[in-house]
Ligand binder design. Structure first.
Ligand code: C2E
Ligand code: MG
Ligand code: MG
Length: 394
């Protein structure tokens, strides 16, 4: 097929069930294990040829019937998920690509909700990757549909972040949990300093917004290792595995194969969130001093201190969670007391703020906060170098 297929040919293929999914594994940089797979559509011709999506997805987008494909493929995804979860001990998540056009009406949202209601897939095993996000003209109802799914525990990722198709505006409008860094940028990391810096800037951007970064298009081990240390959570690419037919994907997951792993990247993200939280409290007191009284309505206090909004300090969430894997590391052990003091001090500041205390009266608490925050920054950096030195020896 040299000319692009026509809408009629694509629709006929849909009717004939000629579309299937290949799955490409995503690997956690923290554990080196497969966390799940992205479902990537393929057209299987009667002669057994496999046609990649670049050829027909664009036609469907342009001719306005992409949603017919999505609607047809969602049940297929559920059927594949059932096999994956049965044969791979619970299995990982499945990521489903949806087009911006699929969110202009509620058909897909309703299908997903009823699949969740029927327990066909647990919400935390389904991720939706939105492509062509720049085409999103977000309406209040679209936001409501997306939020409805997010409330039920389904995560949205913005695909190809950093290309013309996805924009800052879209992450402002919709509650994405994940940014998928554009693969063009990832592939150029090795040859272009600028591309490498852009990847790191996007990872930081995700971090500041409380989102996760995922990288795709990893074709070499050295790019894998650079991303593993960057603060990205997961990676995907030909170096680990190409997209595979379902059976081959199952065999790969069942093999228990692992890739390099490191806690150093997570440390970098924790360091960043820790600094951002500290700055937010400082900025708040600063603006109160220069712009008038501090906002002390319960809402404002909730929003302005890290304890209020998420009820969890980023540092402590890590220390008490994933960080526990590092017990026994000297730098980790020295964080116990400063972590306790950090929690107490944030809580004290929050309590004082709710009592309408003046910035001057808060000064001793702020001093204590920054002292221990800085102690922890030192510990985090020390821990990072301990880990990197160990990795180099391996
Ligand atoms: P995507 O969602 O960004 O998917 C990643 C694409 O990058 C896949 O191409 C994958 O095979 C390719 N890829 C992954 N790792 C590497 C690598 O290391 N090097 C290189 N060169 N490529 C890599 P694929 O399967 O051809 O899909 C292309 C695009 O088609 C997808 O990009 C997605 O936008 C769209 N697509 C695929 N399946 C669906 C679907 O079910 N629905 C919709 N609406 N779009 C889909
Ligand atoms: Mg995708
Ligand atoms: Mg992509």
């Amino acid at each position: 097929m040299s000319a692009p297929p026509t809408a009629t040919e694509i629709r006929a293929a849909l009717e004939a069930d000629a579309f299937i999914f290949y799955y490409q594994p995503k690997v956690s940089f923290l554990t080196g294990r497969i966390t799940g797979g992205e479902a990537l559509i393929r057209w299987r011709t009667p002669e057994g040829r496999i046609i990649p999506p670049a050829v027909f997805i664009q036609v469907a987008e342009d001719e306005g019937f992409i949603s017919e494909i999505t609607q047809r493929m969602f049940p297929r995804l559920l059927a594949d998920y059932r096999i994956i979860s049965t044969l791979t001990d619970g299995g990982g998540h499945v990521a489903f690509n949806v087009s911006a056009a699929d969110l202009q009406h509620d058909t897909l949202v309703i299908s997903i909700e009823s699949a969740l209601d029927r327990n066909e897939i647990p919400p935390d095993k389904l991720r939706l990757e939105v492509t062509e996000a720049a085409a999103l003209s977000t309406s209040p109802s679209m936001r409501e549909w997306v939020e409805r799914l997010v409330k039920r525990g389904v995560d949205f990722a913005m695909d190809d972040f950093g290309t013309g198709y996805s924009s800052l505006d879209a992450i402002r409008q919709l509650p994405f949990a994940t940014l998928k860094v554009d693969q063009g940028m990832v592939r150029e990391m090795q040859t272009s300093e600028r591309a490498a810096m852009l990847v790191h800037a996007n990872v930081s951007l995700a971090q500041v917004l409380g989102m996760e970064a995922v990288a795709e298009g990893i074709e070499t081990e050295s790019i894998y290792r650079a991303l593993m240390h960057s603060g990205c959570r997961e990676g995907q690419g030909y170096w680990m595995s190409r997209p595979l037919p379902l059976d081959d994907y199952l065999a790969l997951v069942q093999s228990g194969r692992t890739w390099p792993a490191s806690h150093a990247g997570l440390l970098r993200s924790v360091l960043m969130s820790h600094v951002v939280e500290l700055r937010r409290v400082m900025d708040w007191v600063y603006s109160a001093r220069t712009m008038g009284p501090m906002p002390t309505t319960p809402d404002a206090v909730q929003q302005l201190t890290p304890l209020g909004e998420r009820r969890r300090i980023a540092f402590s969430a890590w220390y008490e969670g994933a960080g526990q894997a590092l017990r026994g590391q000297p730098a980790f052990e020295s964080m116990r007391v400063p972590n306790e003091i950090l929690n107490e001090t944030y809580a004290a500041i929050q309590a004082e703020a709710a009592r309408d205390t003046s910035p001057g009266e808060l000064a001793p608490l702020l001093k204590k906060l920054s002292h221990y925050a800085v102690v922890l920054i030192g510990d985090l950096l020390r821990l990072e170098s301990e880990l990197l030195l160990e990795e180099m020896k391996r």
